[in-house]
Write a new protein. Structure first.
Length: 165
């Protein structure tokens, strides 16, 4: 009688991951494709998709492609400056807000900068004028990039101002 032997079990090598930077529950951000150099953002892991306060939203055709033009107020509780933006429409989605209301929103793809890092995110356009923050960064944009410290604020502020990190 022969006994089948399994090959020896070898331990898998653990690859070291780069430590993820910490961010607070609110941070300074930039949206370079929209000419917004600095905007106060709430880190909102309860929101799936990121959202920004936009107004005078209008769908247009540009180079035979659907685009959306809109204006932003990058400063909290201020009506000026107004930043004009135009971007290709990535999608239209029905979004349920925190108060349970559903709204169809335009979705654009744009670059986000938090500290020294840049990456593309989906961003929905909606009227957030009455809300505390005009820009929410949702969990889809944050996934596997940062550790969130809910007791801290503006941990990356120095990097947005252009100072060394």
């Amino acid at each position: 009688m022969t006994v089948a032997m399994s090959p020896p079990v070898t331990a898998k090598k653990k690859t070291k991951r780069k430590p993820r930077p910490r961010i607070g529950w609110r941070e300074w951000a930039a949206l370079p494709d929209l000419n917004v150099e600095r905007i106060n953002a709430k880190i909102d892991t309860g929101a799936k998709t990121s959202a920004i306060h936009a107004f005078r939203i209008r769908e247009i055709e540009l180079d035979d492609q659907p685009h959306v033009e809109f204006f932003l107020h990058p400063l909290q509780r201020r009506k000026h400056p107004e930043v004009y933006c135009c971007a290709p429409i990535a999608d239209k989605r029905v979004i349920r807000s925190s108060n349970g209301q559903e709204e169809e929103r335009f979705v654009i793809e744009t670059r986000l900068r938090l500290g020294p890092r840049f990456w593309k995110i989906d961003l929905t356009l909606t009227n957030r004028d009455a809300m505390g923050f005009r820009f929410l960064i949702g969990r889809d944009a944050l996934r596997r990039k940062f550790l969130i410290d809910p007791g801290a604020s503006y941990l990356l502020e120095h990097a947005v101002k252009g100072e060394p990190t």
